[in-house]
Design a protein around this ligand. Structure first.
Ligand code: DMJ
Length: 489
């Protein structure tokens, strides 16, 4: 395995730069000509073969997945305990939110995964650390979206799994400190950052994912505390977006918090930085029986399917279009968008969901790991990284739960083998800089979401866990179990 030089590592496009991107930069990431790829685009052969190879029994796969999760968790504990993220090659750590400060992000991310895997000693260690050390009043401008989906969501699901009241208390305190991003806004569209100590807000250009991906966490907190301010703030933000849809019922990518104007008119759904905006409409309608959210989901999804779905080389994909005119702007697909297959299925478009999942599965015939971005016009990889992202496993999990089709288990197991064969290192699991090179070129980071997502989706597909209600369970965009955690006896 070849390692990246430190200069190359610094050049890695951080995930927040993608999620926090304007429509223009998001499109640049998706398009081959302007892509910030670490390697020249590679052609993807158009042939698609079904998933191959024998799959061990379900309990055996569950055992393997759990063992790999524990391997990475032990690496984090050994080298980065108490810090946000692990650098598994250098045995170092990474501050995710604020330089020189920690929120113990990976601990919060891991909490409910440890729980469903019945690693109870570790659950206690993690929850104790949070209660003793997580400081929600640190003096710094925190990224509101990343705090909500990761920390607020993690504390909520940790509370639901363990029943520990202190986790809910910490969650509420943190959310109260994030709330000015919403309440100080003249339009309801949140500011992107807030200083947790002073409440000062900043950042007036949130993309849609940052505007909408809070209704689950805030709604649940309102339910648990009886305080409606959280849900009200989330609904006001969604309403502000819906009021600004175009005559095609499409949305741009980024809004100005203070003027309420679109900063662009590119509809890049289901790619980042809008992805989970749509996910939370469906899930919010489901979790809170909120018909308004469900209606908004239907309206906007029908418009995306009508204006953006296209078939190229026999594969379903979603183009980027001008939200005012419907003119096609590009054919790039981000790996983050692969979650959409599961969402389409859950929202009632199962055929299109299964079809879009196949688009991504076909890439695994060519590469052992999914690349970060592909352009389907010329079938080229435009970003060859792999950031240990969970969206493909998330879709497989959703579609398997909906259909019971064993094909999703087969492709999920192949995907798991790819991760284990190429991204497992002695210190845990790490990102890749180039999945098209042989051997796969590695980076040095275990993103926090690894502990919340990939292993959890895979485990829950195979484990028949007594701690998760497969029928009623509902997970957030960060894989947090917000409904369906079964309390241990
Ligand atoms: C996670 O933080 C969440 O899944 C988010 O919605 C976007 N994707 C990243 C991981 O890729």
């Amino acid at each position: 395995m070849r390692l990246l030089s430190s200069a190359a590592l610094r050049a890695r496009l951080p995930r927040r730069a993608v999620l926090g991107a304007t429509a223009a930069t998001a499109l640049a990431t998706l398009q081959p000509a302007r892509a910030a790829a670490a390697a020249a685009p590679r052609r993807v052969p158009p042939t698609a073969r079904p998933a191959r190879g024998a799959v061990p029994s379900d309990p055996e796969v569950a055992r393997q997945v759990k063992a790999e999760f524990v391997h990475s968790w032990e690496g984090y504990k050994r080298s980065a305990w108490g810090y946000d993220e692990l650098r598994p090659l250098s045995a170092g750590h990474n501050d995710f939110y604020l330089p020189g400060r920690t929120f113990g992000l990976s601990i919060v991310e891991a909490l409910d995964t440890l729980y469903v895997m019945e690693l109870d000693h570790e659950v206690k260690l993690a929850a104790d650390w949070i209660e003793q050390h997580l400081d929600p009043a640190q003096d710094g401008d925190i990224h509101v979206f990343e705090a909500v989906i990761r920390l607020v969501g993690g504390l909520l699901s940790g509370h639901l799994c363990t029943g520990r009241a202190e986790l809910l208390k910490r969650c509420r305190e943190l959310t109260d400190r994030l709330l000015p991003a919403f309440t100080a806004s003249p339009t309801g569209i949140p500011y992107t950052h807030v200083n947790l100590r002073t409440g000062a807000v900043s950042g007036t250009n949130p993309p849609l994912a940052e505007i909408g991906s809070n209704v689950l966490e805030f709604g649940l907190l309102s339910q648990l505390t009886g305080d409606s301010r959280y849900y009200d703030a989330a609904k006001r933000a969604y309403r502000a977006v819906l009021e600004r849809r175009t005559s095609l019922d499409l949305l741009g990518t980024t809004l100005d918090t203070e003027s309420g104007r679109w900063l662009d008119t590119a509809s890049v759904a289901p790619n980042p930085p809008v992805d989970s905006f749509y996910e939370y409409l469906w899930a919010g309608g489901e979790l809170f029986a909120d018909q308004e959210l469900s209606d908004w989901y239907r309206l906007l999804t029908d418009a995306v399917l009508r204006n953006q779905s296209e078939r190229r080389h026999g594969r379903l994909l979603f183009t980027q279009v001008d939200a005012e005119t419907g003119k096609v702007l590009g054919h790039g697909q981000s790996e983050l968008g692969s979650f959409y297959a599961g969402l389409l299925g859950k929202g009632g478009n199962l055929d299109q969901g299964a079809d879009y999942h196949r688009t991504w599965t076909a890439l695994l015939d060519t590469y052992p790991l999914l690349p970060e971005a592909v352009d389907f016009t010329a079938l080229q990889v435009t970003s060859p990284r792999n950031d240990l992202r969970p969206e493909y496993a998330n879709s497989a999990f959703d579609l398997w739960r909906l259909t019971g089709d064993a094909a999703y288990k087969r492709s999920a197991y192949r995907y798991f083998r790819g991760l284990r064969d190429h991204l497992r290192v002695p210190g845990g699991y790490t990102v890749a800089a180039d999945v098209t090179s042989r051997p796969v070129q590695l980076g040095d980071l275990t993103p926090g979401y690894w502990f919340a997502e990939n292993p959890k989706y895979l485990y829950l597909m195979f484990a028949d866990s007594p701690r998760f209600d497969q029928r009623g369970g509902l997970l957030s965009t960060e894989g947090k179990i917000l409904r369906g955690a079964v309390r241990a006896k």
